[in-house]
Design a binder for this molecule. Structure first.
Ligand SMILES: [Zn+2]
Ligand SMILES: [Zn+2]
Length: 394
């Protein structure tokens, strides 16, 4: 069987994966009989649920073939160790590339004034907003004040970046100005903003001569995940606790079920609002899912489902991707067959076209009614009506 012998550990071709042509890692045998690395198979199934060799249908949720796995680890221990090492190195390289890409993004493409004292610190003009925005949010912002308009004009000359910050908060979202439409007749000027990453203001802002504020910020990202959290299965034995990748996979399945409940028009509205389900595991063979991909996905999910405000605020601040995914997963699971997608109308937590004023007026009305009740206003009115009625009866 083994022509060269154990010393060289030449791998017979039937123990090679037909996708990556390497020694099978976490082998999965699909119903047609073909066997692939679990990672390779999951990537391939992201495109179509068919076998990559013979095109026979492959149902999702295939388990690792324990017999083949133990056979490989007994007969080819050194080749297996080397293969695992290679995989770790690939993951590490992908992680490092993602980190570099992030640093480039934080620095910005324009000529943002960099702080010479600390390269990690950058200066952004501050756009105050009443909305809670997430890193990937798209906002169509009405520029009511002259200062806001001045601010956007200022960014257009530089890096096109602003920080959208809620009053009283220190964690905002660095956003790029994608489009600016100046004031036209009765229509206010508007700016289309696209979220990039979280940014924390590190000292009180200063006033620019244009009337708007400038602040010194630091980028905030989630803590990078340990490499074993990026694999759907723990190396070797099944892990006691589910990995972040495994939770993300479950979230995708639940989201797909949620999306199936929507009619075509609601689906269109959802996609317009939240964007498509990110293709987290659908990638070219060999390109690994990184911590950064997981973070982006977790924020997309946070924006795509209905959550109560305290939880949304907490998960927005958190720097723990796994915690955010677990929170979303629990909500999706509790939702069951109920639609809990963030659609405008019913319970939408953020809808760009809804002005904060209308919600404010509604809140004030509810408050006034409560106040009236507390002061016994209704009791006296009802009391008066009752006495009127009794008078009539008499
Ligand atoms: Zn493979
Ligand atoms: Zn096949």
């Amino acid at each position: 069987m083994d022509e060269v012998g154990h010393a060289a550990e030449k791998i017979p071709s039937h123990l090679e994966c037909a996708i990556c042509w390497k020694l099978l890692l976490e082998p999965v045998s699909v119903p047609c009989g073909h066997t692939f690395c679990q990672g390779c198979l999951n990537q391939a199934l992201g495109y179509r649920n068919v076998c990559s060799v013979c095109r026979a249908p492959v149902p999702p949720g295939q388990a690792v073939n324990i017999l083949i796995r133990s056979m490989i680890s007994e007969q080819y221990p050194r080749a297996l160790a080397q293969r695992r090492q290679e995989q770790q190195e690939e993951l590490l390289e992908a992680e490092q590339n993602a980190q570099l890409q992030r640093q480039t993004e934080v620095r910005g493409e324009g000529q943002d004034p960099q702080d010479p004292r600390d390269p990690e610190v950058f200066i952004l003009p501050i756009l105050r907003s009443g909305m809670l925005v997430l890193p990937q949010s798209r906002v169509d912002q009405e520029l009511v004040s002259a200062q806001d308009e001045e601010l956007v004009q200022f960014t257009l000359q530089g890096g096109r970046r602003v920080c959208l910050l809620q009053d009283g908060e220190d964690l905002g979202i660095c956003m790029t100005v994608d489009d600016f439409r100046p004031r036209l007749g009765n229509h206010m000027s508007r700016a289309k903003l696209v979220g990039k990453f979280r940014a924390r203001i590190i000292e009180p802002p200063q006033l620019h001569e244009g009337g708007f504020e400038l602040g010194r910020f630091q980028a905030v990202f989630d803590t990078p995940l340990p490499l074993n959290e990026l694999a759907e299965l723990g190396a070797g034995e099944p892990a006691e606790e589910e990995t972040t990748a495994a939770i993300a996979r479950k979230c995708i399945e639940l989201m797909e079920a949620q999306l199936e409940m929507l009619g075509s028009s609601s689906r269109y509205v959802f996609t317009e609002n939240c964007g498509e389900l990110p293709p987290l595991f659908r990638r070219r063979p060999g390109s690994a899912v990184t911590s950064a991909d997981m973070e982006v996905f977790s924020f997309w999910l946070l924006g795509a489902i209905l959550l109560d405000m305290p939880q949304r605020t907490r998960l927005r601040k958190s720097t723990d991707t796994k915690e955010r995914l677990l929170g979303c997963h629990a909500t999706l699971q509790a939702g069951g067959s109920r639609c809990i997608l963030n659609l405008p109308g019913a319970d939408s937590w953020m809808h760009p076209r809804q002005s904060p004023w209308s919600s404010m007026v509604l809140l004030l009305m509810i408050f006034a009614l409560l106040l009236a009740k507390a002061c016994g206003f209704f009791d006296s009115v009802i009391g008066r009506q009752r006495s009127l009625q009794s008078n009539r009866i008499m």
